[in-house]
Ligand binder design. Structure first.
Ligand code: UT7
Length: 314
């Protein structure tokens, strides 16, 4: 069986930075509450002209460049998103059109904030079985279009952005070692986009309880499935929703703070884009090294969760 790994990565975040202080003048909130309850300091907000597909396309082009590939080298496009431009066509088809690669399969993956992990897991067997060589996997969200600016319990939490990776065959001692996916539809009412208003609704307490339980569980499970111990993990890239949830996962894995990504401070919660955005930031920071064992773990609406354990490098 071929080993599947990340051979290129690219991201896009909008230029407009909105700080907690900026929000203080708009809604009944304050910087101290947001920082202490969530860790968020600022988020990026896309303008009118920039929808989910536009951010996905920009991130995809950067990932292709990073992998030294041309668009025509891509054999399949998967986009994880909860905020597509339209119910259909998929964002993936819009990316395909923009990249000018015709006749390859393209579809969106819907698993809310776990979507990027689900999409990577979906791509993996196509490469392992030689069905496709290079798969473009994108997480892209314009979550701010779903926000009700009257609801302070949700509107301070989210931001916009996109991250893309190219998955391909890598050497036999690198790449994805194990995958853990799961869902519990009985928690569907805790986090959803209302189909009438198009706005997000969340029971923060219940999602919080689910996340602090499930994120460490899934991380430990995926490490075990890889035949490793938690001590073998070099870096954790968790879904970026709340620093307290991230800390709970970090403590269960027994990792030092320097070994865990916390980009939630500058991006807020970007849903399916948060994991590739965090991964890219840590690569840029020089914290991800060849041969490192990395666990990426997400949770979100559905309720869903998912994690991937991989050995970094080609
Ligand atoms: O990607 C998955 C998406 N979602 C999540 O991961 C969210 C998971 N949940 C959470 O992160 C947390 O539950 C929140 C950050 C959403 C909320 O934190 P909390 O510690 O559970 O706060 P709470 O909902 O219990 O609210 C505490 C207080 C309330 O006031 P009272 O009733 O105690 O007087 C809220 O009205 O904080 C108040 N509050 C705010 N105050 C200032 C809620 N939102 C705000 C706000 N600014 N933005």
């Amino acid at each position: 069986m071929k080993r599947v790994g990340i051979i290129g990565i690219g991201t896009y975040v909008p230029d407009q930075i909105v700080t907690n202080i900026d929000l203080e003048s708009k809604i009944d909130t304050n910087d101290e509450w947001i920082r202490t309850r969530t860790g968020i300091e600022e988020r990026r907000i896309a303008g009118e002209e920039m929808d989910t597909s536009h951010m996905a396309i920009l991130a995809a082009k950067r990932a292709l460049e990073n992998a030294s590939l041309q668009a025509e080298d891509i054999d399949m496009i998967l986009v994880a998103t909860a905020t597509p431009d339209h119910p259909f066509p998929s964002v993936a088809c819009m990316v395909q059109e923009a990249l000018g690669v015709m006749n390859i399969p393209a579809m969106d993956v819907s698993a809310a904030c776990s979507g990027f992990i689900y999409a990577m897991a979906t791509a993996k067997p196509f490469i392992e079985t030689d069905t496709y060589k290079n798969v473009l996997v994108i997480g892209s969200e314009k979550f701010t279009k779903t926000l009700d600016w009257e609801d302070r319990t949700t509107c301070v939490l989210f931001g916009d952005g996109a991250g893309a990776v190219i998955l391909s065959e890598v050497s036999s001692d690198r790449g994805i070692l194990s995958v853990d996916l799961g869902a519990d539809g009985s928690g569907a009412d805790y986090l959803y986009i209302d189909s009438e208003t198009g706005k997000i609704k969340m029971n923060g307490r219940e999602v919080y309880k689910f996340a602090v339980r499930q994120m460490p569980e899934s991380s430990l499970h995926v490490v075990d499935k890889a035949g490793l111990k938690k001590e073998d993990v070099d870096f954790l890239i968790p879904h970026q929703a709340n620093i307290r949830i991230i800390d709970a996962a970090r403590e269960r894995l027994g990792l030092d703070k320097e070994k865990v990504s916390t980009t939630v401070t500058k991006h807020g919660n970007t849903s399916a884009a948060s994991i590739p955005l965090a991964l890219f930031s840590e690569i840029e920071n020089g914290l991800i090294h060849e041969g490192d064992v990395i666990v990426m773990v997400g949770f979100g609406g559905g309720l869903t969760w998912g994690s991937i354990c991989l050995k970094w490098g080609k």
